[in-house]
Design a protein around this ligand. Sequence first.
Ligand code: 13P
Length: 261
Amino acid sequence: MYQIGIQKRGSMSRKKIIAGNWKMNKTPSETVQLIEELKPLVKNDEVDVVFCVPAISLGVAVETAKGTNISIGAENMFYEESGAYTGEIAPGMLTDLGVKYVIIGHSERREYFAETDETVNKKVLKAYEHGITPIICCGESLKQREQGITIDWIRQQVKIAFLNVTADQAKTAVIAYEPIWAIGTGKVATTEQAQEVCAAIRACIGEIYDAKTAAEIRIQYGGSVSAASAPELFAQPDIDGGLVGGASLKPDFGKIVNYNK
Ligand code: 13P
């Protein structure tokens, strides 16, 4: 019910983006090893490929990925420029290393590290100030899905995340729809469920901005994506790729990136 004609046309011109979220896995030396191992497997000119790795490994990750099609992303950052924020990472520190993307508002950060829609919005605005592309996460809990409030919840998350973001900025954003009940559980959303919510997110962007911005913004699905589920998910008109956790640490990630081969 959230499908509008322009989305179909728009999907033709949107390049897929497939990102690995390594979460709190791999030491810096293991990071070098894994990137070396995955390099030849994740070649696909038709897809933007991003590895989001722990902050401590960002430097070696950028070095190791040089000259390949892999871009490096952070898993979080703070919304201030610098100062007395012990343990935090400033956006300028990321750009200094050559980091291009940052995951913002992952459900694990919302659950364990008190991330809110408001801090997500502050971080999104700050990322744009520094030319870093945000991968903005949203998603409902199982309870919310069972209560039938999934779409309302996601729309609220999206609306707050994009407060004061211009259309020109928004069209370059990546939104990751990650149902919390599908993360790390092996319980992937059905393609219909994933497509329905991704279409609703695009429609919401269309309401906030305009049809052109809605047609350009890229929306990923995340939650137990595997080599088996990727082709059907990524073939949906409003799903422009994936944010992959567990499977991004394995050679299987190569198959996910090459879902269309
Ligand atoms: P899994 O692919 O392990 O379910 O994790 C998804 C995720 O949280 C990516 O950000």
